[in-house]
Write a protein that binds this ligand. Structure first.
Ligand code: MLT
Length: 242
């Protein structure tokens, strides 16, 4: 199976997604927040690019049934119901609702995925579900790490590396990797025992901690704590039932 990992969402990535399984990874924090929202019973998460677009969509879908969530520079957007802290997405706040989510990096990737066959949200909190589903689908795989404003981020690369490691070891997948995927695998294998520390010491981990979101960083590093499988269908992220 051919697996290409992108350390950041590069230009023209769309042309490489045809008939592939795509895994979008932004563990701090969009992917983790999406998993948490769906685990808490949200009907769907709709990823959008800009706050204005989110507000327009809310008017279209209905104010009563939607929740506006998202961040800029890590902080809740003015006028929104929730920020991008997974801890905010409790049953009480999101059960039965459609979340319209806009974040600085993670939700932007979903706008560029149309050609893919299967589009999954990957995080450490749901890694085993992603490993199984990507292996079962049997398509070639593209992993897009959302990164941070066009730069590489260590936490997304580690998560991508863990996915590759588990495909190789648990699923016995024969993998033909691009160099970024090989790098992610090496990075994961040399840090697998210290994932939490490595992630919390990374640039975005430190930034979130400085803003008071240390608990989010801890939550995002809890492997398999949210066994949900978010898939994008018709521009909405929903849970795939098994
Ligand atoms: C993003 O999309 O850039 C992140 O989820 C930012 C964050 O809230 O930490």
């Amino acid at each position: 199976m051919r697996i290409d990992l992108f350390l950041v969402p590069v230009p023209n990535i769309e042309s490489q997604l045809s008939d592939k399984t795509l895994v979008v990874i932004d563990i701090l924090r969009a992917s983790t927040t999406i998993c948490q929202a769906l685990k808490s019973g949200a009907r769907a998460v709709i990823p959008v690019m800009e706050p204005g677009e989110a507000a327009e969509m809310r008017t279209k879908i209905g104010i009563e049934t939607t929740v506006l969530g998202g961040e800029r520079n890590g902080l809740k957007i003015e006028g929104f119901d929730l920020g991008n802290s997974p801890l905010e997405y409790t049953e009480e706040k999101v059960k039965g609702k459609t979340i319209i989510l806009t974040t600085s990096n993670g939700t932007r990737v979903y706008n560029r995925t149309a050609a893919s066959k299967l589009i999954l949200t990957g995080a450490l909190v749901n890694i085993s579900r992603v490993v199984k589903r990507t292996a079962q689908a049997g398509n070639d795989i593209v992993i897009i790490c959302a990164g941070q404003n066009g730069d590489f981020s260590i936490e997304d690369t580690l998560c991508g590396g863990m996915l590759l490691h588990r495909l190789a070891t648990d699923e016995k997948t024969e993998m033909e990797l691009n160099d970024a995927a090989s790098l992610a695998l090496l990075l994961y294998r040399s840090n697998s025992r210290t994932l939490k520390q490595t992630i919390s010491r990374g640039e975005h981990g430190r930034y979130l901690t400085k803003l008071g979101f240390e608990a989010d960083v801890n939550m995002a590093t809890e492997t398999d704590s949210m066994p949900v499988l978010p898939i994008l269908k018709d521009s909405r992220i929903i849970i795939e039932e098994t």
